[in-house]
Design a protein around this ligand. Structure first.
Ligand code: GLC
Length: 462
């Protein structure tokens, strides 16, 4: 095998493999799309918010009635607890900012059809169907915008199970009607969704739409391309997630950091902070802050974002466990910002026991260590020489040993970077390796040396 073929740079430009996309619907060039996606690719951390009738804390969001655990009537009655009495959007926005997130996505309407703003298009909303009697999206949008550098995203369920003009009903029940037999009724529903999207876009001009529930219909049935075109008419820079039958801009793996890197250049893992999207009194299975930080580093290492969910209570307070996770994230992201924002996927697995990332020019390799090393961190197959090793977020420099770096060998020498316990971060240490050139790797299976020349090597060094 050709040597060049096995030494490869990790700064690989991946192209999206989705068949249809927002870019196609818009007639956008790859360069135009890359420009539009820039902030998203740099953001790395977003905060997801699920808030609605389910926030009373007794059932899961929407799925509870869909799956027959509660009647639709009893499910919707939970909205009686939706007072938003202690809702403090300024505090929410500050907390999101403090976490280090660069964007946020809030549920404007889940599959239950309960709109969290004063929609004129329908009758089910926080204004008309709950004691809160008010729009809760506007104050949040304003508070986020006041922070200046946080992008605003709206979750919007395409599905609206309770509506009469929405054909699908709850599990194990026949659809209410057949779209093909009654296209007018279906169009009535699409018009309703479009009217709501128009309200959201023209009132708050979100930076991102996070669709959900596309799986119940095809792109043609949703008229997905038209929806995307309409949203771009309102905001030419808007970003749309993948859940719109192929017309989105980025992939959204859910509840589990992927093992291999998703195909799309842009992606985001959405993740609960316990096991539920919305507030649930019984769910105390919160992830530790360290675990969330590991997940974030894992996403960063594969070139993606983490969209971490919180579920405020119906009164607007945020569970203490989630507040703590956001604050702990904040301490860590602030200290390590250089290795987080604007970085790109790191080197392939196998070279080092760490999550890795690269700066945009590829000549700083970041190692995120999910452990405290025993003496040194081994780094194999690095062909580019290290100029400087340092602990990110501190003024500490590190020493290293390079072994068996012989000019006649195909493999690279092996680095052992000395990381004393006292320089380690309590949550996750990050090491920056400044390289003499953009990263070059050897990732092969090694060789038998049929030639050795230590004397020439000595001469070169002296
Ligand atoms: C899902 C669910 C939903 C949740 C969401 C978040 O697929 O239907 O309840 O809001 O995705 O990612």
């Amino acid at each position: 095998m050709n040597l060049k073929a096995i030494i490869f740079s990790s700064v690989i430009a991946l192209t999206s493999v989705t068949s249809a996309s927002a870019a196609d619907a818009l007639g956008e060039t790859p360069e135009q799309k890359a420009k539009r996606m820039e902030w998203f690719g740099d953001a790395k951390l977003g905060i997801f918010i699920h808030w609605g009738p389910y926030s009373k804390g007794e059932t899961s969001e929407s799925w509870a009635f869909h799956n027959g655990h509660i009647s639709l009537a009893d499910y919707m009655k939970q909205a009686d607890a939706f007072t938003a009495a202690n809702y403090d959007p300024e505090y929410w926005a500050k907390l999101i900012k403090e976490s280090g997130a660069k964007y946020t996505v809030i549920t404007t309407k889940h599959h239950d059809g309960f709109a969290l703003w004063d929609t004129k298009a329908g009758d089910v909303s926080s204004v008309k169907s709950s004691p809160a009697k008010r729009d809760v999206i506007g104050p949040f949008a304003d508070a986020i915008r006041k922070q200046g550098d946080i992008k605003l995203g709206f979750y919007f369920s395409l599905i609206d199970w309770p509506r009469k003009d929405y054909p699908q009903t709850y599990r194990d029940k026949a659809p209410k009607y057949d779209i093909k037999a009654d296209p007018k009724k279906w169009q009535h529903f699409l018009d309703f969704n479009n009217a709501q999207l128009t309200e959201l876009s023209t009132t708050w001009n979100p930076d991102l739409y996070w669709f959900d529930g596309d799986w119940e219909h095809s792109a043609e049935e949703w008229k997905a391309a038209d929806i995307v075109r309409m949203l771009h008419k309102y905001n030419p820079n808007v970003i749309v997630n993948s859940r719109i039958q192929g017309y989105g801009d980025y992939e959204t793996p859910e509840l589990g950091v992927p093992v291999t890197r998703p195909n799309s250049q842009w992606w985001e893992t959405c993740m609960t902070s316990n096991d539920s999207w919305g507030y649930r009194i019984a769910d105390k299975n919160f992830k530790s802050s360290k675990t969330v930080i590991k997940m974030l580093a894992d996403c960063i290492g594969m070139g993606g974002n983490l969209l971490l969910d919180i579920g405020p209570r119906a009164d607007g307070t945020i569970p203490e466990e989630q507040v703590k996770i956001l604050q702990d994230l904040g301490r860590w992201t602030k200290k390590h910002s250089e290795a987080i924002y604007g970085t790109r996927a790191g080197i392939p697995a196998g070279h080092v026991q760490a999550y890795t990332a690269l700066n945009k020019t590829g000549d700083i390799l970041y190692l995120f260590l999910p452990y405290t090393p025993n003496e040194a961190v081994e780094l194999k197959g690095l062909k580019s020489y290290i100029k400087k090793a340092r602990v990110v977020g501190t003024d500490k420099e590190l020493t290293w040993n390079l072994y068996n770096d012989v000019s006649w060998g195909v493999a690279a020498g092996c680095y052992y970077i000395n990381v004393p316990a006292e320089v380690c971060d309590p949550d996750m240490t990050v090491i920056a390796l400044e390289l003499e050139e953009p990263v070059k790797l050897y990732s092969g299976a090694g060789q038998v040396m049929t030639f050795n020349d230590m004397e020439s090597e000595d001469k070169k060094k002296n």
